[in-house]
Design a protein around this ligand. Sequence first.
Ligand code: FE2
Length: 377
Amino acid sequence: MDTSMPATPVQGSETDFLPLEGTDHIEFYVGNAKQAAHYYRTVLGFQPLAYAGPETGLRDRVSYVLRQQKMQFVFTTSLRSEGDVAEHVHRHGDGIKVIALRVPNSAGAWGETTRRGGRSYMEPKSMVDAHGEVVVSGIHTYGDVVHLFVERKNYTGTFMPGFRPWSTPYFSNEETGLLHVDHCVGNVGWGQMDPWVDFYRDVMGFRNILSFDDSDISTEYSALMSKVMSNGNGYVKFPINEPAAGKKKSQVEEYLDFHNGEGVQHVAMATNDIVSTVKALRSRGMDFLQVPVTYYDELFDRVGEIDEDIEPLKELGILVDRDDEGYLLQLFSKPVEDRPTLFFEIIQRKGAKSFGKGNFKALFEAIEREQGMRGNL
Ligand code: FE2
């Protein structure tokens, strides 16, 4: 037998079966899209981009598309009591339905992932207008969340066919320095982290780049476990959390109770200047978790030299952590709806590729204080 001709490809010659160019957009299903869009514009500095509704031929829903740098957020509401949007909002409150990924070939992405066991949400669909073609397909992931595969290389219009450009001449607001989606975190049920880690590995070709067990992430009361999944080029990162047993209720369990099942816990948005971004967000009315001022007493002992002055970090409550490759600055908002569910992270990476493990304790104690005030601890 000629052993110089391997029957299977040699290691390293395999191609990425799901090439991803990053996050295309995130779609929120909400109770009132007009007001939600206003919040994201006024508070977070997103800019109006596109609109779809009865005026563009939709009978049952309205969508507003906002953009800030590389991020596109879509806010969709139902015009009727029935239907998937209304039911989603009834079940989960306002939250994320779609994490859409940009791909070079949507039909290929759908074919590869469904062949590997992904459950189809939408077969490849070509949408065409005078500006070209967008192809969209999708699969289900945890809870009621779906991933769309968006191919837009042959499209020059605003967002997608079916949308019209949207602008409002009487109100303008500056952006806040938010650049792109850094990662999106999913909260899944007891014992469900590993099955979803397997899903991202087997169905989407992701790999596990970091793991935290309950000894890393436990405070006096509540605990969680987390594994971070990343695609090949690192443009798309999905940490998956599950609750762990503690003296009292895990923050992930509180989420699962109020979200009524698994879903997106937080979206981290990157900035190149976290001090000015957080200053802008705070002054526009975004509420952040507050760590005690004692957090800063031993900061330099823990993270060493950093470029930033400590005073503005302390004043704004910005957290710092270091790993082997550098450091990062981060801050977490309070939930952005009345249910204690979805929140945002603001992150500035200075070399670090990790997720702020050194801040977990201070952070989770802050989350628990809020949980306690809600009577859910
Ligand atoms: Fe995060």
